[in-house]
Design a protein around this ligand. Structure first.
Ligand SMILES: NC(=O)c1ccc[n+]([C@@H]2O[C@H](COP(=O)([O-])OP(=O)(O)OC[C@H]3O[C@@H](n4cnc5c(N)ncnc54)[C@H](O)[C@@H]3O)[C@@H](O)[C@H]2O)c1
Length: 366
């Protein structure tokens, strides 16, 4: 599989125990991978003779100090302009490694081995790199697609359930963006995949081929969209389906309180409600999506912290980083694969939140 954009291309390999020693000059590895290695059993021994930096890579780590550590690794080991950095980890590590590779000597090659579901289906693929800056997520970044993407579904065996649910939220989104097999796969196996005991060898062998299929189909959807609009001047914004609501909820609930992908699915159902209010989305389609979300264990309602109201979600949406000419554009759908962007009246957005938001119970008085 290959994503080709402008002069860049990303080759995607499944289950390839890459000849790690070939063509890689340095590596940065998520420390949790080293710790969970016996569970997923992926062989990283080819890295033994390469300068390697192990890094605790969760969201707070996505900052300049860690980019500088990767740059130091490259510089101190004399990696040249034709060098290549290998990154192994979740979305944070992939974003950081690719960002460092993109600015070191004005850009060296990068190979990524994503280890979370979210990184496999989304973060490591498509060319966006980044770090958080000034208190804002992904405020600084570049476009720098990995040269190769190495997908090993076995990493999912050690992933905590909430991280798996979060990644599945992005799969859910991709399933709606393109008419095709992914939606049917999710309907048939989504719930089973989330509930199966991935640590049990037999169970894992049973579900592994389905995971592989789901990851490949998700990459195909994203690849098609990104290849058509690499720098997000048009339809790449469709990938934000559910994210305007999801990001607003993240900001009101507190970052990390509910996994990102869980709020994306909640946001997708809200966006379809909005489309319904506008007469764009058929009720039957919204209902079908809502039913699957619920069946897969995604909440259809969020509870706002005490003292907050749905208006706070609207306020948070106003500062959405993706707005154009000062206006927030909502990603709406007429059906699977039929997507459009619209600026919508805030009053209608508020109505779309009604059945999706609960207020915190007031403390009893007297
Ligand atoms: N560049 C893009 O296009 C793009 C797209 C989507 C998301 N992102 C970014 O991705 C990041 C989120 O990525 P994420 O959801 O992978 O979170 P993450 O990278 O923070 O990983 C979640 C946690 O799981 C651990 N982990 C990683 N692999 C593991 C494994 N196999 N087993 C057990 N633990 C493991 C990590 O150390 C971390 O603590 C965000 O910073 C987001 O901005 C980027």
């Amino acid at each position: 599989m290959e994503l080709k954009v402008d002069s860049f291309r990303t080759r995607v390999h499944f289950d390839s125990t890459i000849a790690l020693a070939d063509g890689i000059d340095a590596a940065v590895v998520d420390a949790s991978i080293a710790a969970s290695a016996p569970i997923h059993g992926v062989d990283l021994s080819g890295l033994e003779n390469r300068p390697t930096l192990e890094m605790q890579a969760d969201e707070p780590a996505k900052q300049w100090e860690n980019v500088a550590r990767v740059l130091d690794l490259l510089l101190e080991n004399g990696v040249a302009r034709d060098g290549c950095l290998f990154g192994v980890g979740g979305g944070v590590l992939c974003d950081l490694a690719a960002f460092a590779a993109s600015i070191y000597m004005r850009g060296i090659d990068c190979v990524l081995m994503p280890t979370t579901l979210l990184a496999m289906v989304d973060a490591a693929f498509g060319g966006k790199t980044g770090m958080n800056y000034g208190g804002y997520k992904n405020m600084v970044g570049t476009f720098h697609p990995a040269r190769e993407l190495l997908i090993q579904p076995d990493f999912l065996r050690s992933l905590p359930a909430h991280e798996l649910h979060s990644g599945m939220g992005e799969v859910f989104k991709s399933a709606l963006l393109m008419r095709g097999d992914l939606w049917e796969l999710l309907r048939a196996h989504g719930r089973d995949l989330l509930q199966a005991d991935r640590r049990d060898d037999r169970e894992w062998q049973r579900v592994r081929p389905m995971w592989r299929d789901i990851i490949e189909q998700s990459l195909t959807v994203k690849g098609n969209i990104v290849a058509a609009d690499f720098r997000e001047s048009g339809q790449r914004a469709f990938l934000n389906l559910g994210h305007t609501y999801g990001h607003a909820a993240e900001s009101v609930l507190g970052f990390g309180a509910v996994p990102h992908g869980t709020l994306v699915v909640w946001g997708i159902v809200r966006a379809l409600h909005l489309g319904e209010l506008l007469g764009i989305t058929p009720t039957a389609y919204r209902q079908q999506v809502q039913d699957l979300a619920s069946e897969m264990g995604y909440p259809l309602q969020i509870t706002l912290p005490a003292g907050h109201s749905p208006e706070d979600l609207i306020t948070a949406m106003r500062s959405d980083k993706k707005k154009r000419a000062g206006r927030v554009r909502f990603v709406l759908q007429r059906g699977p694969g039929e997507t459009e962007l619209r600026v919508v009246e805030e009053q209608l957005v508020l109505r779309s939140l009604e059945s999706g938001v609960q207020l915190a119970a007031r403390p009893a008085t007297g």
